[in-house]
Design a protein around this ligand. Structure first.
Ligand SMILES: *[C@@H]1O[C@H](CO)[C@@H](O)[C@H](O)[C@H]1NC(C)=O
Ligand SMILES: *[C@@H]1O[C@H](CO)[C@@H](O)[C@H](O)[C@H]1NC(C)=O
Length: 303
């Protein structure tokens, strides 16, 4: 038996306190009062007088764990429910009679913020011949949580077959023709990316579909009908620019009167019109529908 054993042990117990030790701990936000900060347990030997200093140090309490002999530890517990959105990282110091230990406490995020739209209900006007793909509105939302918990996703409920909500951006795009539609109401929601997603209050988008003077609602089939279609400059070759509305003809097919210089092509059976030439500027295409009694109707298109 040699006396070096107990002496070494004694030194070890004192070391963490004498050197300026650093500790890093974390605690989940909104944990109940008295929740231990994990990762922080200071070996304080026989010193029972420890105090905690630093900004907002009163958010924590020191707790002593009495071991045998001189084997005492101090740990930290929360003294209130903590809010990461207020303080995410505490820089504290545990003062002991013979030294100090720096303690950083990170408040880890808990998904406790419900995402919210930054604006309220909205009402927009859209022309009945608005090209497909057009952005009719854009919604934004905020969520105070960090990372995934704060990442918002937009969606409509019930879904609309006319409109698509881009989940990441909140854009509302037209995906079907508005012809024959007077008003569309979309109920939009926003949810976050928490493992149990939080969902904010919905907002409503009202789209009033207007029909300009040029655009007459198809009535009698004997009338000539004219539609004016706006083709945006950014339209690309092959984009669908217009679909001839269903006139309930018994038989119908479509063709261009002068195919050579037309900026569009039309599908013979469906009446879908595609951009066939690069536009240098936004263009208006006039679609004129002639109906010949007893004959098959056809469509005249003039750029
Ligand atoms: C603890 O602190 C008090 C007041 O600061 C002091 O009177 C006492 O002697 C200290 N005890 C120890 C064991 O250091
Ligand atoms: C939004 O519209 C809905 C339905 O019309 C209504 O119940 C709600 O109160 C509106 N919200 C606001 C903030 O105006």
């Amino acid at each position: 038996m040699t006396p070096t054993g107990p002496v070494l042990l004694h030194l070890l117990l004192l070391l963490p306190v004498c050197l300026s030790a650093r500790y890093f701990g974390h605690i989940a936000e909104n944990s109940p009062v008295g929740t231990p900060v994990s990762g922080v347990l200071l070996l304080v030997g026989s010193y029972l007088n420890a105090s905690l200093t630093g900004d907002y140090a009163s958010d924590f309490r020191l707790v002593h764990h009495h071991g045998h002999h001189r084997d005492h530890h101090v740990g930290l517990v929360s003294a209130k429910a903590l809010d990461r959105e207020f303080i995410a990282m505490y820089e504290l110091t545990v003062q002991l009679p013979r030294g100090a230990a720096a303690v950083q406490v990170e408040v880890s995020d808990r998904n406790d913020n419900i995402p919210q739209f930054t604006g309220g209900n909205r009402s927009v006007e859209a022309h009945a011949l608005t090209p497909l793909g057009t952005e009719l509105a854009r919604f934004d939302a905020k969520d105070g949580d960090a990372e995934r918990n704060g990442r918002v996703t937009f969606y409509a409920l019930p879904e609309s077959h006319l409109l698509h909500v881009v989940p990441q951006t909140g854009q509302v795009r037209l995906v079907r023709s508005l012809l024959g539609v007077r008003q569309v109401t979309l109920r939009l929601f926003v949810r976050d990316g928490g493992s149990v997603a939080l969902i904010g209050d919905p907002v409503f988008l009202h789209i009033n579909v207007c029909r300009s003077g040029k655009l007459r609602k198809p009535r009698a089939l004997t009338e000539d009908l004219t539609y004016s279609v706006s083709v945006p400059e950014q339209a690309r070759l092959g984009d669908l620019v217009f679909t001839v509305p269903d006139q309930r003809f018994e038989q119908r097919w479509f063709q261009l009167v002068s195919e050579a210089d037309s900026p569009v092509q039309i599908e013979r059976d469906s009446g879908r019109m595609y951009l066939a030439r690069v536009l240098l500027e936004p263009a208006e295409v006039l679609v004129k529908i002639h109906n010949f009694r007893g004959k098959k109707p056809f469509y005249l298109l003039t750029p």
